[in-house]
Design a protein around this ligand. Structure first.
Ligand code: PMM
Length: 282
């Protein structure tokens, strides 16, 4: 189990609940678009067993175009403030330094950047200046054409190498190594086989020596696997992938992940506890 400077110590794989304040996110777009509904959703996720809540205002679904900065701020900052006021540990999911800064000022304690600081050159300096914990995800480019970048000779070694290079750049930019969390970026410039290979080799990512965040929740690769046994051969809808998500949460926890990021918390909260108990019984 890895620990992370600047955040509570949960003693097991943590559960990060997701609140997407967007009209168009892949699995829950439009559901928590209003500030009050989004804050209530975050409170409900904590009641269900989330240890922290990740608030995002930009959809990164494949093919998505970018939201403008003012709109992202309008979506995210009041929700962060509302959740922090409830004493909830809040993370902000953004690729923009300005949004990260305003969210930290509003009470967020972790910056989750799916681009690992690549999308906005001001992000790494902003995170360094705030001395905030920082999630660095494996990323090869914006969502509008990321599927074209899903080309690997060996996805596991390439993701490990690219994450290591990114981590080195972030540290060179002033972020303390002990504040960095790494994330393989399931579904980002990856097809189903790539995602499965990464889940199968999470131990290789542990070799990077930093806490790992695994975000499989409702993603396409789960639908791809489940479609193979479906009567109509079609993948279940995103919201019908929560049991599959919990299965990955158990695997990730077993492999020592620091946290799993999920839309539906209850099953995953149980999964990480069972994984922890099994580990303790060894
Ligand atoms: N995936 C999404 C959004 N944010 N953050 C991290 N660190 N890792 C991810 O894999 C990730 C993320 C896309 O999922 P959603 O839009 O369905 O919530």
């Amino acid at each position: 189990m890895s620990t992370l400077h600047g955040l509570p110590e949960w003693g097991r794989c943590a559960v990060m609940g997701v609140v997407n304040v967007t009209p168009d996110s892949f699995s829950d777009g439009g559901r928590w678009f209003d500030t009050a509904a989004a804050v209530k959703r975050g409170i409900d996720l904590v009641a269900d067993g989330a240890d922290l809540v990740d608030v995002g205002g930009e959809s990164t679904r494949p093919g998505a175009s970018r939201v403008d900065e003012d709109e992202e701020l309008r979506r995210v900052v009041p929700v962060v403030r509302g959740l922090a006021a409830e004493g909830i540990t809040v993370s902000v999911d953004t690729m923009r330094a300005s949004v990260a800064e305003r969210a930290l000022a509003a009470g967020a304690v972790l910056v989750n950047d799916v681009s690992g600081g690549l999308a906005d050159p001001a992000m790494v300096p902003a995170v360094a200046a705030a001395d905030a914990p920082f999630v660095v995800m494996h990323w090869r480019g914006f969502s509008h054409d990321m599927n074209d970048r899903a080309v690997y000779a060996n996805v596991v070694t390439e993701v490990v190498d690219e994450l290591r290079a990114r981590m080195d750049a972030v540290v060179a930019g002033g972020v303390a190594p002990e504040r960095i969390v790494l994330d393989p970026g399931l579904g980002f410039a990856k097809d189903a086989e790539h995602d499965l290979a990464l889940v199968a080799h999470l131990g290789d990512l542990n070799a990077l020596g930093r806490p790992l965040l695994v975000a499989a929740s409702r993603k396409r690769f789960l639908g791809h696997v489940l479609a193979q046994d479906a009567k109509d051969g079609r993948p279940p809808r995103a919201r019908e992938r929560d049991a599959a998500t919990a299965a990955v949460s158990a695997i990730a926890a077993h492999e020592g992940a620091w946290a799993v990021r999920v839309h539906e918390v209850r099953a995953t909260a149980d999964a990480v506890r069972i994984a922890h108990a099994v580990e303790a019984a060894r």
